[in-house]
Design a protein around this ligand. Structure first.
Ligand code: UD1
Length: 382
């Protein structure tokens, strides 16, 4: 192993951090440890979207920050590629490890594969079969150019097989996202203490139905004024029987202001918070009566926590959360959302079970597989 270059681990946007933290720990704990270089592309850069999560997840400071910031998809992807290439040239990595489906994932994979550096994709094979989602394009292309693909659920293997990816490249290890849930649960503050730090009026803490947690950030839900207005209208109806805590992504925050739809938010029933740290969010979700979201990660985290989840999308790339977990796809269908809320408030919420290998040890399985895979490659290339 000593002749191998470092494993370059790439993070860029918020949902990458909770996936990479357990991987770095597992690589350090492996015997022998895998040498790592942590690269942050800077796709997300706000304190709340980035630094705070590094602290909560005990991620080490990145060795390199490419500081690409925001931009159109083309500009952001191109900027990551342009700035990542010299890092690969300088460090001669044994492989590049990417997670998830954000623009940074695809950009760094493309740079690596064209330089003959193996690409390792964690959370491979998830498909929404909705190519209008930028993440779906990132998933398909990253998987096509990956040399080792680690999956979180068994349906992912079928998706990859359909796209012609040889089965021997694919390894089912479980879900690193849940490794972070297991790690974070011990340290997450209670929902009450999180809400008290925001000086929330007591009705949010003492309402007999509890409270719901909301997150929305998908362009398909928040970038169109009519769509966002309609969704906020339904949330206002939900909030009439269940107070809602809404953790606002910067994209959503700015669109609410831009579209002039703040009048739909009654602060006595719907509390707007900035993006939450990882541990505060975990505490809020764990204490919630229901989570309403369009996030991929929250669908998985609620399944692991056993909290009912209503996904405000027509599809999911994480079908196991519906088949086995607590997730229900409700889209933007007002009647479906209100009926599901009534079920939950009536004590008939969906009970799920925790899927196979969502046990807190996925990253260890990855390190245990990756080390021999890399050493074997280096021997055969020598
Ligand atoms: C990205 C990912 C998405 C993921 C989401 C989690 C892609 C294609 N999308 O979407 O899969 O679910 O992250 O948040 O990679 N902004 C800030 N501060 C920041 C970062 C962004 O204010 O630290 C604002 C900017 O106005 C920016 C906008 O948010 O233009 C969108 O950021 P961007 O990184 O393009 O995509 P996300 O919507 O965050």
């Amino acid at each position: 192993m000593s002749r191998l270059g470092p494993v370059i681990c790439v993070v860029g946007a918020r949902p990458n951090f909770m996936k990479m933290a357990p991987i770095l720990r597992a690589m350090a704990a492996h015997s022998p440890p895998l040498p790592v270089l942590l690269v942050h592309t800077g796709q997300h850069y706000d304190k709340n979207m980035s630094d705070r999560l590094f602290e909560d997840l005990r991620l080490p400071r990145p060795d390199v920050n490419l500081e690409v910031g925001s931009g159109s998809h083309a500009i952001q992807t191109a900027e990551v590629m342009r700035r990542f290439e010299p890092i690969v040239d300088a460090h001669k990595p044994s492989c590049v490890v990417v997670v998830g489906d954000v623009n940074s994932t695809l950009a760094c994979s493309l740079v690596a594969v064209k330089k003959g550096v193996p690409v390792v994709h964690i959370e491979a094979g998830l498909r929404s079969y909705d190519r209008a989602m930028p993440e779906e394009i990132n998933r398909i292309l990253t998987d096509q150019i990956s040399d080792r693909l680690y999956t979180t659920e068994r349906t992912a293997q079928d998706n990859l097989a359909r796209e012609g990816i040889p089965g021997e490249r694919v390894c089912f290890v479980g879900n690193v996202m849940i490794d972070s849930v297991v790690f974070g649960r011990a340290n997450a503050p209670s929902a009450n203490s999180t809400l008290q730090t925001h000086q929330i009026e007591s009705q949010f803490l003492s309402h007999p139905a509890g409270y719901g947690v909301v997150t929305l950030h998908r362009p398909s839900n928040v970038d169109d004024a009519d769509t966002l207005r309609a969704l906020l209208g339904v949330l206002a109806e939900v909030a009439a029987s269940l107070p809602l805590v809404f953790a606002l992504h910067p994209r959503t925050r700015s669109n609410i202001d831009r579209f002039g739809v703040t009048d739909l938010i009654d602060p006595a029933r719907m509390l707007l918070l900035p993006p939450q740290g990882y541990l505060d969010m975990l505490g809020l979700m764990a204490g919630a009566t229901v989570v309403l979201t369009d996030s991929g990660g929250l669908q998985e985290e609620t399944t692991a926590l056993g909290v009912p989840c209503l996904t405000l999308r027509e599809n999911t790339e994480r079908p196991i959360t519906v088949e086995q977990g607590t997730n229900i796809l409700v889209g933007r269908d007002r009647a479906a959302i209100l009926a599901a809320i009534q079920d939950i408030l009536g004590g008939h919420g969906k009970h799920g079970r925790v899927p196979e290998y969502w046990d807190g040890h996925a990253a260890e399985r990855i390190a245990a597989d990756l080390y021999p895979w890399l050493t074997q490659r280096s021997v055969s290339l020598a």
